[in-house]
Ligand binder design. Structure first.
Ligand code: ADP
Ligand code: ZN
Ligand code: ZN
Length: 803
């Protein structure tokens, strides 16, 4: 008698364990660990994962598995082991740790079919199966179950004759998507808005929307965002104010593209020095973590490529993580160009169906390399030879929902399982990683020079307060303006970078730097043009826009951190001859548009590329000789102990976009706080000094990398309930861990109320506390069943967002 251990798909405390089920006779040869099955659970039928098979159970009267969902395991042994580790280290439900490793198509309900493999006819299969195919390549999984075909299908699948596919419905649906955009100019829209009768409120709202976003927007998004019906839009289309268009969406952005093959470049001496220890670990199956510390343009990517080459030649596989935002076509090209069809790409721009297709290529060993964003770390390879994390300092490697994992930790854990190296690359390593390298926990490899021997670009920091004192009220300093003009005359290109916080616009005093914050939340208020109000996006506080600065009485307090749109307008006025490409959430909402805009810029169709964070990375065009940062300080105001680090990283990163090729580059950073060390040292591109300066601050306040952090956040609709629960939790933690640890709180979270729920937190700073995890687990066990009482407790181990 065979018994299966099953983790059921019910994320709750009382189901967060394995359940025993009998494996019915007919499935004994079929069912394996890593497969999904349907099991009875109370009165319901639900999905579960087989995590193990055994011959005895401590329970009597076991129920039987109803049926398998897969012909082959969807998770391999190592992934099952990894899931257990994830559960322990991030304190998540077991089911979340399993599901995070699968593509979305395997999580939702999709059409499931048995399909002939490529190049196989039904005549190649046992006669018994012929009738089911009728005249098609596939038949439904239900038919397979009804007719007891699973064992025979499984045998054929093992021979490579058959596979199970999940038809994602969305994929079969629209090839076209409807977009709406204004037909008339902004000024005309404003006129119409004023003329429309009062009762046409919805129409006014739509037109106002387009005043702010003049670009085409997907109809579905427009309707949802403004909560209007299609009829409202239709009325405006009939008035010839708006126009509707069908736009084709790409299925596979890489499908029909030819990638120019590249060959390994002869390495420089510096590169040879750093690649040697990496190759050595690959050859000898050694686990080691390398920190590849090299300025932008120092040849790190070539090191990745040649290390992977070695791994592929050994018959092994590679995972390359790139931050979502840097997963640009250029980056993908470099990998596809070197390894062609051996590369799968996983990023959020793909549809569920496309992601599933890429995942299947990995699962079936058709590729050897995956290049992807955070979750690609779970790629189902079975013989990993290297894991590379580019821009390792990026905070997007941390997932904020359960399981709250950091891709770097997962990488190291997987690499231990496979005895292979991890390479963390960055020009501005995270403080945590650099400190580990200093202590030889990681091995540091340095590429100190740029490939082209060019000096790093000269950086000039401009004090915008001084500009104002001298009577310049433009968002461009005189210096930047002169340089822009020069570039246009010389036909060189400029990147203008707007350091915006989210999409919000806030109010700041241009004399003293005062930022208008919400009185309830440590968050700046957002400016709303429609009614000239300042609003808090978290607690709905509202106030009129101040006429003068509450701190210094200056009248130059205004709407700041303005949108890219505004910058574009102003550029149009002061440099009418400049051709501008604007890249922000508005212009890149459409699939493929990001890529197209970059291509246009590369082809010289514009003088200036203007954009937000998304242009900070990965750009590598020879003709860029000037980079301007319009407002360097906005991020410094965030209530986050990493805000200096993030500012430094971002400024350094952007500066690296200039002068990557023959032409020398210049960088201008405009700021209202030039004296802040993260701005000053980013200007000097001096990571080492920044590291020491920032380490002092971290040490003084007991932050990472000197201490670990765990954050407990409690929320409830009633303040008293939250406070008393958090007090109990804090007291419990204090009673269970040593007094070397620091337990801060209970205190209100930096954002103390969201959606009418009060939020309190307790921050634990510690070095080594073996009792802490069990304590945190107990807290979750204690409070998770209380979801009914409305109390929510969440725990983030090594949090990146402290709000
Ligand atoms: P990083 O990843 O550190 O930013 P890259 O790998 O992109 O640096 O290298 C910068 C530029 O130098 C690229 O254009 C790359 O093709 C080129 N390059 C890298 N290694 C070599 C080499 N060994 N010989 C010649 N050119 C190289
Ligand atoms: Zn608020
Ligand atoms: Zn002021």
């Amino acid at each position: 008698m065979k018994i299966a251990s099953v983790i059921v798909d019910v994320p709750a405390k009382h189901t967060d364990k394995t359940f025993d089920y009998l494996i019915p006779e007919e499935w004994t040869d079929t069912i394996q660990p890593g497969m999904r099955v349907i099991v009875p659970f109370g009165p319901r039928k639900i999905q579960g994962f087989i995590t193990g098979i055994k011959s005895e159970s401590a329970f009597e009267k076991l129920r039987e598995i109803i049926e398998p969902m897969d012909l082959e395991p969807v998770l391999n042994k190592e992934q099952l082991k990894l899931a257990a580790w994830l559960t322990d280290t991030t304190l998540c439900f077991k089911i979340f740790a399993l599901q995070v490793m699968l593509p979305a198509a395997l999580k939702a309900k999709y059409d499931k079919k048995v399909k002939l493999a490529q190049g196989i006819n039904k005549e190649n299969l046992p006669v018994k199966l012929h009738e089911f195919f009728k005249n098609e390549q596939f038949f439904s999984w239900e038919d397979a179950l009804k007719n007891g075909l699973v064992p025979i299908l499984q045998r054929e699948a093992a021979k490579g004759h058959l596979e199970i596919i999940y038809e994602v419905k969305e994929r079969l649906k629209k090839k076209y998507i409807k977009f709406v955009q204004p037909l008339v100019a902004e000024a005309e829209l404003e006129v119409v808005i004023n003329k429309l009768p009062k009762r046409a409120e919805k129409q006014k709202e739509v037109l106002s929307y387009f005043v702010q976003h003049p670009d085409a927007v997907e109809m579905r998004i427009l309707l949802k965002d403004l909560n209007i019906s299609a009829a409202t839009v239709k009325a405006l289309v009939e008035k010839r104010l708006l126009t509707e268009q069908d736009q084709e969406v790409y299925r596979d952005p890489y499908q029909n593209r030819v990638f120019e093959r590249t060959l390994p470049l002869p390495l420089t001496n510096d590169q040879q020095t750093v690649i040697k220890p990496i190759l050595n670990t690959i050859e000898n199956n050694l686990h080691e973590v390398f920190l590849l510390y090299g300025v932008t343009g120092s040849g790190k990517t070539e090191i990745y490529l040649q290390s992977i080459q070695e791994v592929i030649e050994k018959g092994q596989e590679a995972i390359v993580l790139v931050p979502e935002i840097a997963l640009t076509p250029q980056m993908v090209n470099r990998f596809k160009g070197r390894f062609g069809n051996l590369v799968a790409v996983l990023h959020s721009g793909l549809s569920a169906g496309e992601k599933y297709d890429e995942w299947r290529k990995i699962q079936r060993n058709e590729v050897s390399v995956v290049v992807g964003a955070r979750s690609a770390i779970f790629a189902p390879f079975e013989n990993l030879g290297i894991i590379i994390i580019d821009e390792e300092h990026e905070t997007s490697y941390k997932q904020e929902d359960m399981p709250r994992y950091h891709a770097r930790d997962v990488a190291i854990e997987r690499a231990k399982n496979y005895n292979c190296p991890v390479v963390l690359g960055s020009a501005t390593p995270s403080l945590e990683s650099f400190a580990r390298a200093q202590k030889s926990v990681y091995q540091i490899l340095t590429l100190p020079r740029r490939m082209n021997q060019q000096a790093l670009p000269a950086v000039e920091i401009i004090d915008m307060r001084e500009e104002l004192r001298d009577g310049n009220r433009s968002m461009f300093s005189r210096k930047l303006f002169e340089m822009l003009k020069g570039r246009i005359e010389r036909k060189e290109q400029t990147v203008l970078f707007l350091n915006k916080r989210g999409h919000s616009s806030f109010v700041m005093c241009r004399d003293c730097g005062y930022v208008m914050n919400c009185p309830n939340c440590d968050i700046s208020l957002t400016y709303h043009r429609v009614n000239e109000q300042m609003k808090c996006h978290y607690c709905s506080f509202e106030a009129p826009v101040p006429k003068s600065c509450p701190e210094c009485n200056s009248e130059y307090i205004r709407y700041f951190g303005t949108g890219t749109q505004k910058v574009e307008d102003e550029l149009g006025k002061i440099l009418p001859e400049a051709r501008i490409i604007r890249m922000d959430v508005d212009t890149t909402g459409r699939k493929g548009s990001h890529e197209r805009l970059l291509k246009d810029f590369q082809d010289g169709k514009a003088d200036i590329l203007l954009g937000t964070q998304m242009i900070a990375k990965g750009l590598d065009f020879p003709n860029i000789t000037l980079v301007g940062v319009l407002s360097a300080d906005t991020m410094l105001h965030l209530p986050d102990f990493r805000s200096s680090e993030k500012t430094f990283q971002l400024l350094t990163q952007v500066s690296g976009r200039a002068g990557r090729h023959e032409l020398p580059g210049e960088v201008v950073i405009q700021t209202y706080t030039p004296e802040h060390y993260s701005i000053e040292l980013a200007g000097k591109q001096d990571f080492d000094r920044f590291y020491h300066r920032e380490m002092m601050a971290r040490k003084m306040h007991s932050y990472p990398p000197f201490y670990y952090l765990s954050l407990i956040t409690v929320s409830h609709e009633e303040l008293i309930t939250v406070i008393s629960a958090t007090e109990k939790i804090a007291a419990f933690v204090r009673s269970r861990i040593s007094n070397r640890a620091v337990v801060l709180g209970p205190s209100a979270s930096p954002i103390p109320r969201i959606n009418n729920r009060y939020r309190y937190q307790c921050l634990i700073k510690y070095k080594r506390e073996p009792e802490l995890y069990p304590t945190l687990k107990t807290i979750l066990d204690q409070y998770q069943p209380n979801a009914k009482s409305g109390l929510l407790v969440s725990i983030d181990v090594n949090p990146f967002i402290l709000m």
